[in-house]
Structure formats: C-alpha cells, structure tokens
Design a protein around this ligand. Structure first.
Ligand SMILES: Cc1cc2nc3c(=O)[nH]c(=O)nc-3n(C[C@H](O)[C@H](O)[C@H](O)COP(=O)(O)OP(=O)(O)OC[C@H]3O[C@@H](n4cnc5c(N)ncnc54)[C@H](O)[C@@H]3O)c2cc1C
Length: 408
C-alpha cells in the first residue's frame, strides 16, 4: 500500500491529506502546531478562497461554510489618482473568507475522522524529513515559507526579488459596514501602497479584515514602530487617519466611535520575500520529496492568491499520486510540468503587481474602469491567475486582449 508523508499541516498539507484520504491513500501529516494552538493563536493571514478552490472543497465534501451565505461577490477598486478611479468587477460565483483559526482545526478534525494520521507538536529539521522518508513512498514538504523550504533550491530566473516589496500589517476591525454588494475593496494610494478590505468570518461572526500593503520607507510604512499592546488608541487612531486621508471609499462606511482592532491576537505584521523554488529533491536513500504551497512558490498577498495556489497544487499532487504507482523522478517531473503554467503565471503576475505600474497595466486598469465586461473578466480570472499573466506578460498581449474584447 502506498504511504505518503506530509510535512506541514497548513492549507496545503490538509487539502492534500484530505484529497488522499478521499481516495483511500494512507498518509501522515507531520506538523508543529496542534489544532488547539491554532484556534487560540494569532491570526495567520486574511485568506479568501475563490470559487475554484471552493469547488475542490465541494468535490471532496469539506465545504463547511456556505459561500452564498458567508461569502462575497465582487471586487471594488479605488485608485487615489488626482482624478480618482472607482469601479467594480463581479464574480460569477462567490468567494469566501473564513478565519484560518476556525478553518484549519475543522479540516484537521475531518482529516482524522477520515482515517488520516496526524503527528503533531514537533518542528522538523531537514534531517527529520530524510528520517521519516524511510517510512513513506513519497514525502511532500508543505511547511510554508519558513526555513525548511530552503531544502528546495531557489529558481533565480523566476524569483526577481531578494527582499520584501511590501511591509504588511493585517488585522480584524470592528465598526466597518460592509459594502453593497458585499465585496473586497482593493484600494491604492499611489506611491505609498495598497489596502485590501475583506469581509471575513471569525468565531464571533462577520468582521472586516484590513491588509495594509506598505511600500518600504513610503508614507504608509507606519506600522513597524506602532505597538498596539502599548498604546491601542494610538494604533486605532493611526489606522483611522489613513482611511480618512487616503481611502475615502472605506472611510465613508466606518463608524468612528466603534472602529478599532478586535484584539491583540487579530494583528499580524511582517513581510514576504517572493520566491519560486525547485519542485522536488532526491534523498540519498532513493526517495523523493516534492515541495508544495508556500514551501514551493511564495507570493506577496497583494492579490490574495497563495492559499488558492496551494490548494490547486495540492490537488495536482494528489491526482498524480492516485494516478501512479511509483513516486520516482518521472513522477516528480510530471507533477512539475502539470502545475508549472498556473504557478509560474501566478508568480509573474503578482510580482508585476508589486513593481511600479507599467504602461500596459495602466492601460488595462483604464479599460476596466470603462468597460464592465473587461472588469468582470479580470475579476473572474482570480480563479485562474495564469490568465492575468497571459493578458499582462507583454504590452502586445495586453493591447491585443483589449482589442479583442472591445471588438465584441
Ligand atoms: C496577511 C496575509 C494575507 C493573505 N491573504 C491571502 C488571500 O487572500 N488569499 C490567498 O490565497 N492567500 C493569502 N495569503 C497567503 C496564504 O496565507 C499562504 O499562501 C498559505 O497559507 C500557504 O499555505 P501553506 O500550507 O503552504 O503554508 P502555511 O500556511 O505556512 O502552513 C505551513 C504549516 O507547516 C507548519 N510548519 C512550518 N515549519 C514546520 C516545520 N519545520 N516542521 C513542522 N511543521 C512546520 C506550520 O506551523 C504550518 O502549520 C495571505 C498571507 C498573508 C500573510
């Protein structure tokens, strides 16, 4: 019987483990965090699952929250130019954002119920990965963007940055009314950064997640020195002022007397260096390890894609495991080939979004602000990010795309 060892119990590891259990494959997830620790801990991110991810969850019966009820339906865009641009693109099917402190423990519970093995509570070093490879036919490393990922060499040609392009500050806030229709607000303060306002569900019900994406050293890069626990009022006031001065479409829905962070654990500061790594490595014992999720491709959350890509990749790996009987170099090469287009297209698109805007990106945004069907198509493409790169890879591609859509 095949046996798969999965290192890391985040969304990548759990979606893979649940896919494998759905197909009766024996697997063990080795993780460093118990479900109780995740549930009681700090927010890990502010993730939304788009419809293609939700479809995968439906396919294997792990859709525990109804997207029609808890989800959102559109992307609002606000560009704070001298003459501001404000427009909306609609999804065909809703996206859904559930606090991972609820979602991951629920997935772990389900994985155990379906006969998956969990080995929790210890942080693996590379030597531990090699050691447990003796027990399994294949190892899949999905330990996120921490140091274990360095087992997989970085691909320089696909990793243009050697440092973070944004300082991040994510938090849950009370006192913000939802947009109508309910959607994500993606707002830009040119030269300073962006803010993503996301309708999310946490243990107390609906709340608003704000993710500040701050260009390092720029005027929005104010969070590094702000200590919420030392002075919560100063923190809330600083955030409120950012909205009042630069993000009017969110500010107009804020009740200033209620506004504030929901608590110290609903705050996450940090930064991400985007990296694409090799798909697999071979151990001296003849066994192979595949990289999955952030351990393989990590992108800045500026367009909210990492977890969706991790889930996509988990199912590609799962299908390949189910469809093969030996997990050798040929198997690993096939996996690499199958997921390359989406993951490399995604990384290229996200990395472009972090850079100063190119003329073709400006042209696309201009067209989206004038043409509803182009804007809706761009919004739906959040389900298939390689299509954004097909449109944006070169000025010729962008202009050919716009001509083809405007001729319809
Ligand atoms: C602020 C923010 C907002 C985001 N918003 C979005 C969004 O809207 N949409 C989206 O798709 N993505 C988003 N992302 C990205 C998303 O969170 C990640 O891409 C995704 O969670 C990666 O999943 P993963 O399972 O690969 O890694 P992780 O979630 O990092 O999980 C790795 C797991 O492995 C464990 N682990 C780590 N090291 C070891 C070790 N040495 N031994 C054993 N276990 C280990 C960790 O404890 C963890 O449980 C966001 C990220 C951030 C920071």
């Amino acid at each position: 019987m095949n046996s798969i060892g999965i290192v890391g119990g985040g969304i990548a590891g759990l979606h893979l483990g649940l896919y494998l259990r759905h197909h009766g494959i024996t697997c063990t997830i080795y993780g460093d965090q118990t479900p109780e620790a995740i549930a009681k801990g700090r927010i890990q991110n502010t993730v939304a699952h788009h419809n293609t991810t939700l479809e995968r969850e439906r396919q294997i019966g792990i859709d525990f929250w109804d997207a029609a009820r808890y989800g959102y339906f559109c992307h609002w865009h606000y560009f704070g130019f001298e003459t501001p641009l404000h427009f909306r693109g609609d999804f065909s099917d809703p996206s859904l954002s559930i606090d991972y402190r609820l979602l991951l423990p629920r997935l772990m519970e389900e994985y155990l119920r379906r006969g998956g093995k969990l080995d929790l509570g210890r942080s693996f070093e590379p030597a531990d990965v090699v050691r447990v490879s003796e027990r399994h036919d294949l190892i899949v490393v999905c330990s996120g963007r921490g140091s274990l990922a360095k087992m997989f060499p970085r691909i320089d040609a696909l990793s243009p940055y050697d440092r973070p392009q944004r300082q991040l500050c994510a938090g849950f806030y009370r006192g913000v009314a939802r947009s109508q229709p309910v959607g994500v607000y993606w707002s830009v303060w040119p030269g300073a950064g962006e803010v993503l306002e996301l309708p999310i569900t946490w243990r107390e019900g609906p709340v608003t997640a704000m993710l500040f994406e701050c260009i390092p050293g720029g005027p929005q890069d104010v969070f590094r020195d702000l200590d919420y626990e030392q002075n919560p009022k100063e923190f809330d006031q600083t955030v409120l002022q950012l909205f009042e001065n630069h993000y009017p479409k969110t500010y107009e829905r804020i009740n200033t007397s209620e506004f504030g962070l929901t608590g110290p654990l609903e705050l996450l500061k940090g930064a991400v260096t985007p990296v694409v790594r090799e798909d697999y490595i071979e151990f001296g014992n003849g066994k192979f390890a595949l990289a999955l999720g952030d351990a393989h491709v990590v992108v800045d959350p500026i367009v909210g894609q990492g977890a969706n890509a991790a889930s996509y990749s988990a199912f590609v790996v799962g299908e390949a495991i189910v469809g093969d009987y030996v997990y050798d170099r040929l198997f690993c090469e096939r996996v690499a080939h199958r997921r390359a287009e989406r993951l490399q297209g995604l990384a290229a698109w996200v990395n472009m979004t972090l850079a100063p805007p190119t003329q073709n990106l400006i042209d696309l945004v201009g067209a989206m602000s004038q043409n509803q069907s182009i804007c809706d198509e761009f919004t739906r493409n959040f389900n298939a990010p390689e299509r954004q790169w097909e449109i944006l890879a070169t000025p010729e591609r962008t202009h050919a795309f716009l001509r083809s859509r405007l001729a319809r």
